[in-house]
Design a protein around this ligand. Sequence first.
Ligand code: MN
Length: 498
Amino acid sequence: MLTTKQYKFWFLTGSQDLYGDACLKVVAEHSHKIVDALNASGALGYELVWKPTLIDSVSIRETLAAANADPDVAGCIVWMHTFSPAKMWIRGFNEYRKPLLHLHTQFNRDIPFDTIDMDFMNENQSAHGDREFAHMLTRMKTPRKIVSGHWSDPNVQKRIADWMNVAIGALESRYLRIVRVGDNMRDVAVTEGDKVEAEQKFGWEVDAYCITDVAEYVNDVALGDINALTDEYYDTYDLITDGRDADEFRRHVAEQAKIEIGFRKFCEENRYQAVVTNFQSLAGLNQLPGLAMQRMMADGYGFGAEGDWKTAGVVRLFKLMTAGKTGKKGTSFMEDYTYHLEPGNKAILQSHMLEVCPSIAEAKPAIRVCPLSMGNREDPARLVFTAKEGDGVACSLVDLGTRFRMIINEVAVKKQVTPMPKLPVATALWAPKPDFETGTEGWLMCGGAHHTAFTYDLTSSDVVDLCDHFGIESVVIGEGTTMGSLKRDLMIGEVYYK
Ligand code: MN
């Protein structure tokens, strides 16, 4: 698995020295208990680290600068236990650059109506202090997520956990390196984009290589390694040979093992976490990378076909944002192909020439070797399967010339009841939300691509939070969307993100 490091998050508590040491001692005890309880809850995918209470601008600036500098810290969660005059936070947040969550909570769940006095109220005034703090962040236009509610509430804990996953994607995005073999598929518009702007906005380094640079790695792979990986394929997947000769079939499969080992070595040596191929640029390779890319995607690599570096980047971010989740259902590069327009059961068949990630497979995938309808290479081996049933999001990052827009469609993947024996590719059949007409008409109105990054394991709200961190436009088409509301969203975006 192309893993990332075990990040931590810092928990910062704000107060001031007006209340005396006795009060500050209680504040520290309370924040300690909250951090311990959140860590013990099992709800968070990453460790929360308690930090001493911040009571002046010097300690605030030094702590936030230390969070910026620590490579193991993915972000901070901040909470005002009492009142923390927010001018103290200005210098710190002028420098702070990592993801930020404002947890609007308080230590006690209920008001102790029988015993409450002025001391209690002064000591427990998050409702007051968090407003002062939030005012300053709003004035400074500091991007942040706000979660409100008692820290013991499972829903609050889940929202913190979801934000942590978004934060991992937002932070790791800064270090993402994408290798692109060849250029864009000739004449295609939507997969193009401004790579300089992408590096400023997302941090992505998108480097082009000649396919022959990678093919050298592929053709250098030792026969013993190819055989070992081919054996692993045969142990891991079913085989559908379509009547082909067993040796000839295996020789085609072994070609993908060679491609997989070569591409992985190239990516490891050159520190790339996402791969972009182009079927028009295959010099030195005997097959279009199919099974090889499917397995790298399953291992956490981003992937985009036909030069689509933007979708490759988003697939990688989604892999990162779901890495810490338990019970996840999968994330893949995907493409809208053809429609089922039966009244009451309308759906879009999703697939690609070859490269769909087996993490979304409903059952054990099978290897098939079949001709590719385009290009001039030999029949490539690929994994075929149908996708799991369930809700997910399909996302397309497009470049509108002056800015990026993320289009997010909530979709429901259907159970594939009718087999498609003659279709030798992995598929998902989904219905866009809120309904077929609004989903497809809205997508076209937004300028969304045919390629998407699809995942079951994030919500539209998670992807919006990610876009908010980057400061780019995001548009959701999902439950509750109407063409009227969508058009208004697009008009507002046109003005705001100009
Ligand atoms: Mn495509």
